[in-house]
Write a protein that binds this ligand. Structure first.
Ligand code: ADP
Ligand code: MG
Length: 337
C-alpha cells in the first residue's frame, strides 16, 4: 500500500471481511445487495461508539471491535433475529499519524474478523472518512427472523413473569474500575468485571430461542430498571421486581457485600447487554430448556402487573427490597441528551 487513502484502507482492511458474502460485491460497488425473502423479515439496527463518550482514548482496538459488534447483535437478539451482515461507517481522526493509523486498523480489523467468524456474519459495506474530531464508529447490523416471530417491546401482558439473562451490574462495575472509582479488588475480579464492560457477550442464541415463548423482550443497555420501564411503557403495563432475585456474578456479590456499591446502582447502571423478557407462567418449563440449550442463565425476577396511575406519579417499575418494601431507585437510566 503506497499511501493510507480511503481506497487502500478499504481494500486492505475491510475487503477481506466481505469475502463469503456475495451481496457485498467485494466492497467494489456503490452499495451492497441483501436478498429479499418472503418467509422472513429483515431486522435492522444501528449503534455508534464515540471516543470519549462510549470508550476511552487508547482502548484496545480489538475489544472495541468486539463491543461494536456486540451492542448491535444484542439489539438483534432482543428481537429474536439471527444476525447476517453489517455495514461499518468509520470516522478516523485526521490527527493520527500514519503508522498509528495502520496499527490501529490492523488490530481493529482482526477484532472484527474474530467476531464475524464467531457469529457467522460478514461486513458488506460502509463508509470511511477522516474527521477533525474524535474517533467515531457506527455499525449497522442486519438479521432475519421468521415472519411474525420477532419479539417486540410492546407485547408484555399482565401476569407475565419477568426474566433476565446472565448477571446484572458487571458492566457498570467494570466501568467504575476503569475510571478508577473502584479499587482494592482481587486481580481475578478486576479482570472479570472490566472484561464484562469491554467485551459484553450478545445473547444471540438465547434471543432466537425466545421466539414463540416470550411475549416481549428488550436488551439491557440503559439499565435493568430503565429498560424494563421501556417495555412497560410500550405495552401499557407496569412491573414489580424483587431486588433479591436479580442475578449477580460472584464478583458483583462480593463488591455489594463489602458495601462498596448499592444494589440499586447495579440495577440502574447499564452496559449489561443481557436480555429482559416477559413470558406467561405456562412458558416457564420451555424457557428453562431454552436457557439450558443456549448455555445462558435466565432468571425470573418479578411480574408484569396492571399499569398504575402513572399520571399521579406511580412508577412503571417497582423494585422491592428484601423486606418487601419499595426501594427508591433512580429509574431514568442513562441518557445522552
Ligand atoms: P461512495 O463514494 O460511492 O459512497 P465509497 O468510496 O464511500 O463509495 O465506498 C466504496 C465502497 O467501499 C462501497 O461499496 C462501500 O460500501 C465500501 N466501504 C467504504 N468504507 C467501508 C468500510 N469502513 N467498511 C466496509 N465497506 C466500506
Ligand atoms: Mg460513501
Amino acid at each position: 500500500m503506497d499511501r493510507a487513502d480511503e481506497f487502500s484502507i478499504i481494500a486492505r482492511y475491510f475487503r477481506p471481511l466481505a469475502a463469503g458474502h456475495d451481496g457485498a460485491l467485494g466492497l467494489l460497488d456503490d452499495a451492497a445487495l441483501v436478498p429479499g425473502d418472503p418467509a422472513r423479515t429483515l431486522v435492522v439496527t444501528v449503534d455508534t461508539l464515540i471516543e470519549g463518550v462510549h470508550f476511552r482514548a487508547g482502548d484496545p482496538p480489538e475489544t472495541l471491535a468486539g463491543k461494536l459488534i456486540a451492542v448491535n447483535l444484542s439489539d438483534l437478539a432482543a428481537m429474536a433475529a439471527t444476525p447476517v451482515a453489517y455495514l461499518l461507517a468509520i470516522s478516523l481522526p485526521s490527527a493520527w499519524n500514519e503508522p498509528a493509523l495502520l496499527r490501529w486498523l490492523d488490530d481493529f480489523a482482526s477484532g472484527l474478523a474474530r467476531e464475524q467468524a464467531r457469529f457467522g456474519i460478514h461486513l458488506i459495506g460502509g463508509d470511511t472518512v477522516a474527521t477533525p474530531g474524535p474517533l467515531v464508529l457506527t455499525l449497522t447490523a442486519f438479521g432475519h427472523v421468521a415472519r411474525g416471530c420477532e419479539l417486540r417491546r410492546s407485547r408484555a401482558r399482565t401476569g407475565d413473569d419477568v426474566y433476565v439473562s446472565g448477571t446484572i451490574g458487571d458492566g457498570h462495575l467494570g466501568l467504575r474500575v476503569l475510571d478508577g472509582r473502584l479499587g482494592g479488588l482481587t486481580e481475578d475480579d478486576r479482570v472479570y468485571l472490566t472484561t464484562r464492560y469491554r467485551q459484553p457477550e450478545p445473547r444471540v442464541g438465547l434471543g432466537t430461542a425466545l421466539a414463540g415463548l416470550a411475549h416481549a423482550a428488550a436488551d439491557v443497555s440503559d439499565g435493568l430498571v430503565a429498560d424494563l420501564s421501556h417495555i412497560c411503557r410500550a405495552s401499557g403495563v407496569a412491573a414489580r421486581i424483587d431486588a433479591a432475585l436479580v442475578p449477580l456474578s460472584p464478583a458483583a456479590r462480593r463488591v455489594c457485600a463489602a458495601g462498596r456499591v448499592t444494589l440499586s446502582a447495579l440495577i440502574t447502571g447499564g452496559d449489561d447487554y443481557e436480555l429482559l423478557a416477559t413470558a406467561p407462567p405456562a412458558a416457564a418449563a420451555a424457557l428453562s430448556r431454552a436457557s439450558a440449550r443456549a448455555g445462558v442463565a435466565l432468571t425470573p425476577i418479578g411480574r408484569i402487573i396492571e399499569a398504575a396511575d402513572t399520571e399521579a406519579g406511580a412508577p412503571l417499575v417497582t423494585v422491592l427490597d428484601v423486606g418487601g418494601q419499595p426501594l427508591d431507585v433512580a429509574w431514568g437510566g442513562y441518557r445522552h441528551l
